[in-house]
Design a protein around this ligand. Structure first.
Ligand code: NAG
Ligand code: NAG
Ligand code: NAG
Ligand code: NAG
Ligand code: NAG
Length: 175
């Protein structure tokens, strides 16, 4: 009797665990599709996918949520790049290095605040067109910094530029 009860309890437990893992699996798979579908519209698929996947919140967001996450990630990347520019600016041994790094730093710093403080608020108010402008400004600043052709920013600038262009495409679906 006891063994029979244990066995049925065990089966019951197993079925719960299985259905739980199955539903999480389905949810993750559905979002993997949402990420794939969303990034499929963009120009730089690989950067789009890997950046969105790097945020754990992406795995349970809907399209609006995913778009907001994408905007936040663009702001974070701008902040990272601002950090690199700030270090370079403070460590410059000649005027040109200082002036160019300083221009890059200011562009990234202003863009980052624009996205984080204004852009996300516009987004939440569903003013997607205004939110888009703050990401567009970051793209402009990234292009400006890239024009100096500084090796120390090249890699970050290139990823940031690609991702920013993708975020604009993703945002554009909402309006
Ligand atoms: C991505 O787009 C291609 C066509 O450009 C299409 O064949 C494919 O099914 C799309 N994939 C997803 C996940 O939407
Ligand atoms: C999408 O997710 C957000 C939370 O991130 C929620 O507020 C909103 O209602 C959801 N939209 C739909 C259409 O389910
Ligand atoms: C920007 O990055 C720095 C670290 O470099 C961090 O301390 C700061 O909180 C970040 N700012 C924003 C607004 O995310
Ligand atoms: C400071 O600048 C020099 C080149 O002028 C470079 O070799 C060095 O790595 C830089 N240091 C930091 C911390 O960026
Ligand atoms: C970065 O930008 C913000 C907002 O425009 C500004 O308040 C802050 O002083 C800037 N940071 C630096 C170090 O210039």
């Amino acid at each position: 009797m006891a063994t029979k009860l244990d066995a049925s309890l065990l089966l019951f437990a197993i079925s719960i665990v299985m259905s739980l893992s199955l539903s999480t699996h389905c949810e993750t798979a559905a979002n993997e599709n949402l990420i794939a579908k969303t990034c499929n519209l963009t120009k730089f698929l690989a950067v789009c996918r890997s950046t969105l996947r790097s945020d754990p919140r992406s795995s349970s967001a809907n399209l609006t949520g995913l778009t907001r996450i994408a905007m936040e990630l663009a702001g974070n990347k701008a902040n990272d790049t601002a950090g690199v520019a700030f270090k370079r600016m403070n460590n410059a041994s000649d005027y040109m290095t200082w002036a160019e790094s300083s221009a890059c730093f200011n562009g990234y710093n202003i863009s980052m605040y624009g996205i984080k403080e204004k852009g996300l608020r516009y987004f939440d108010e569903r003013k997607y067109d205004e939110a888009y402008q703050t990401v567009d400004f970051l793209e402009e600043q990234t292009r400006h910094c890239s024009r100096f052709g500084r090796a120390e920013f090249a890699k970050k600038n290139s990823v940031l530029l690609r991702f920013t262009i993708d975020v604009k495409t993703i945002l554009h679906q909402l309006f």
